[in-house]
Each structure stands twice: as C-alpha cells, then as structure tokens.
Ligand binder design. Structure first.
Ligand SMILES: [Zn+2]
Length: 472
C-alpha cells in the first residue's frame, strides 16, 4: 500500500483509492479490451451465444468496453469488500476503511476477529457477493434484450466475478480462502497455531502462484504471489505478538517504580550527567516529592544551552509525556510507544509513577514467550504429553519475582543445554551477552540482573525437568 486518497464514505466507512489502483486501472482496461476478440468465440461455444465479434472490436470500441469493464470489475471488488464489511459490522466489528489498490480491495477491520465462526462468515461474505453478482448477470441476460454488446458485457462481468470468487477462495492465507481455512483450523486449535498452519499453506500457494506467474510471464500473478507471501508472513508475526500478549497488562512486564532510578527536578545538569555516566542510562523519570513530574533524557541535556540549568529546565513535563496505566493491555502500550517517540512509557496510576515500560521490555518479553512456546512444542513432540504449564504471564507477579532477585549468572551457558538446539542457544547467548543491552535498558536500575535473572530457574520451572539445565 502506498499513498491513498479518501473519496467518500459508505455506511460511515472511509472509502479510499490507493495510488497503485489509479495506475493499474488503465492496465486492466487495456488487458480486458485486448482480449475481447479472443473471448467472444469462447463465449459463443461455451454459452451457445451468437455474438458477432467484429462490431465489438472495431476502432476504439475494445478500449471503451475494456475501460467500462475494468471500472465495473473494480466496482465488483468494492462490493466484495463491502460484503466483508457488512459481515464484520453484523458482529459489531468496526471497519476502519475500504481501500482499492493494485491487487484488488482491502476491508480493514479495527481488530481481527478471534472467533472462528465470525472469521469464517466475514471471509465468506466477500466471495458470496461475487456469486450474487453472477446470479444477477444471469437474471439480466434473461430479462434484458439480446443485444450483442449487452450480452457480451454481462457474460464478461459474470466470468470475471466467477474468477474473483474462485481466486479469493484459494486457501492462500491471507486471501479469503486462507481465512476460511484458518477459521476451520481454529475450531480445535489455538488461533496462533491455526494462523501458522494457514500461513504455511498460504506461502506454499504463493510459491506455486509465483512459479506459474514466472513461467507464463504474468506479472500480475507474480505480484499477487509476492503479496500473499509477505502478508502471510507479517500477519503471522502480528498474530504471534497478539497471542503472546493476549490478556497481559503493562504491570506484568514493566520495571516497577521501586526498581527505577529516578532524578529530582532540581538536580543540576552537571550532576545529572555524572549520574548518567555512573548508571549508563540515557533517560530518567523525574520525581518531585514522590510525584511524577516529567522525563529527562540525554538528548534534552544535549539541546540545553543554559548554564546552571537543572533537570526541571530541560525535561519533558509530565503533561507532555505519553503515559499508560498499569492495566493497559500490552498491545496498546506497543502502539503508545510507537507514538510517543521517547522509547519509554511511564506507567502512571492516579498521578503516581508505578513503573516504566520500554520497547526493549516488550521485545524481550516477546522473545521469552516465543522461546517458551517453542520449548513446549518440542516437549510435546519428544516427551510424554503433559499438562500445559501456566504461561509466564499467567503466574502472579510474586511467583515471578525470582526473575528480578536472581543474582549474576555465569556468562557462558553450561554445555549440554544448548547442544540439542543451536538456535535456542544462539538466542540465549544473544540475549545474555549482547553488548548494547545496557543502552536499551536506560531509564531504570540494574539492567544486568534483569537480563540474567530473566532466565533463572524460578521463572522456568519446566526447564529444570532437563537434568542438563540445573546450572544454578
Ligand atoms: Zn475478500
């Protein structure tokens, strides 16, 4: 998607045209127009019509017909998207926008349904509209007079809609058929698993489409294959984030206030720099009498020209800082972090600072959960079936306290643990010894023990089941 322009609203849903749509429309008009001569005989033999191709292909007529057919086709695509939107609205799911772009249409729901029945019907509703249009064309053929131009156009429209419906129902996630597949898979699996499976099938189809596109030099097919591949990958990633952080609130992953380094607003900048140098954090919450009054970062100091300035002179005041509450969903905090531009979000409850959450906190938490899930998967394959351990997130914070009270661990992992899984070993080493982790952790205390304690035994009771892992 590139730049798109809103051209109106339909049932309160912003309707947009992407710039790529404006580029592809004449191409489609040309393609559809150029094929008329070849299509007419096919129609005549298939449907028993007696259309004379000569008048349809004379002069500029094919281009006119092609243009009208292309516009009508995209109109059908828009109706297809409206079908999705109507089904979503039936389930009270808000639709953010409908956009026509290079490869068709896109109805963007504010949130993806996590209920397989809803996803199933929302996905099916789009192609169903195309089926209805085909039926409408059939009816019109019976009712309207048998003028060659009209008959040809209705047949063309019907065939294009059949193609639209069939193509969209390919089980190539994230096409509609892929969503139907995911919905059906999600009946007896987690949504994450269903997504991964559907995305794998989608990527396989993308690969096939790509090969067919390459062999036939069909660049539209190639573009679709690429789109399917990229979209399947990115939706899986988003899904994994969603699944990992589903029901998790900020207070579960934040650094609590008690562990934060803070500074006072009347601290002189020179002294503040000394503090920064000692802690090697690049940002601090500013507290006055225990109340959160702002955030100060290294770049604030850099841009100051005042002599004898204090932290209060250069900090971003609390009113201008984006904050979240402790019970904000982690995925919302992700969005807030992206908007804030400071890279850290103070967690504030009733004006009182109760913690800080950074992008690094989020990414690290995500890595931990992903790795934990992989362990669970591997165990379920190689060992006796077991009850699912409670997720890190599902344990009470006091059950997880070992993470923060754990002392230093040796930098090298004990051998044995890693041998079976080089990738996991790589990730562990990565998280443990990465030299830049101090920078990421700015704005709070003791970055070291967080990294090291993060994989302590108190947090990962299931790891202790493996004799090789009893390292501390
Ligand atoms: Zn669709």
């Amino acid at each position: 998607m590139f730049k798109s322009y809103q051209v109106g609203t339909i049932y309160g849903i912003p309707f947009k045209l992407d710039i790529t749509f404006l580029l592809i429309l004449p191409v489609f008009a040309g393609l559809l127009g150029a094929q008329i001569g070849a299509v007419v005989p096919v129609f005549n033999t298939t449907f028993g019509t007696e259309i004379d191709p000569a008048p349809l292909t004379a002069g500029v007529r094919p281009w006119l017909i092609g243009f009208v057919a292309a516009v009508t086709l995209f109109g059908c695509v828009a109706l297809h998207e409206l079908g999705h939107a109507a089904a979503a609205m039936y389930y009270d799911i808000e639709v953010e926008s409908i956009t026509l772009w290079l490869l068709g249409g896109l109805a963007k729901p504010a949130e993806m349904p996590r209920d397989w029945v809803q996803e199933f019907w929302i996905a099916v509703a789009g192609p169903a509209v195309n089926v209805v249009i085909v039926a409408g064309c059939g009816l019109a053929l019976v009712v309207l007079p048998g003028v060659d131009l009209v008959v040809f156009f209705l047949l063309y429209l019907a065939v294009l809609n059949v193609a639209l419906a069939v193509f969209n129902m390919l089980p190539a996630f994230p096409l509609d058929g892929g969503r139907v597949l995911r919905a059906l898979l999600a009946r007896n699996r987690s949504y994450l698993e269903a997504t991964q499976l559907a995305a794998a099938v989608g990527k396989g189809f993308a690969f096939l489409l790509g090969i067919v596109g390459l062999l036939s030099l069909d660049f539209i097919l190639l573009a679709i294959a690429l789109f399917v591949y990229i979209a399947a990958t990115s939706e899986t990633r988003q899904m994994m984030l969603d699944a990992a952080f589903d029901g998790v609130s900020v207070e579960e992953i934040m650094t609590p206030a008690a562990e934060l380094d803070t500074v006072s607003p009347d601290l002189a900048l020179e002294a503040f720099l000394d503090v920064m140098l000692a802690d090697r954090h690049a940002g601090y919450p500013v507290l006055e009498n225990g109340e959160f009054v702002g955030i100060v970062t290294l770049s604030d100091v850099r841009s100051s020209e005042l002599e004898d300035a204090t932290v209060a002179d250069v900090m971003t005041p609390a009113a201008a800082v984006r904050t979240v509450g402790p019970r904000t969903a982690v995925m919302d905090a992700f969005g807030a972090l992206n908007d804030s531009g400071i890279g850290r979000l103070p967690v504030v409850d009733d004006g009182e600072l109760c913690g800080l959450v950074t992008r690094t906190d989020l990414m690290r938490a995500f890595k931990i959960v992903s790795e934990q899930r992989r362990f669970e998967r591997e165990r379920s394959v190689t060992r006796r079936p077991r009850e699912r351990e409670p997720q890190y997130w599902e344990r009470r914070p006091d059950e997880r306290s070992g993470r923060r009270s754990g002392g230093q661990q040796p930098v090298e992992q004990p051998r044995g643990r890693d041998d079976s899984d080089p990738e996991a070993a790589e990730q562990r080493r990565d998280g443990r010894t990465r030299p830049d982790h101090r920078d990421d952790d700015d704005g709070r205390t003791g970055s070291d023990h967080r990294d090291d304690g993060g994989r302590g035994p108190a947090e990962w009771p299931e790891w202790r089941a493996d004799p090789g892992e009893d390292s501390n």
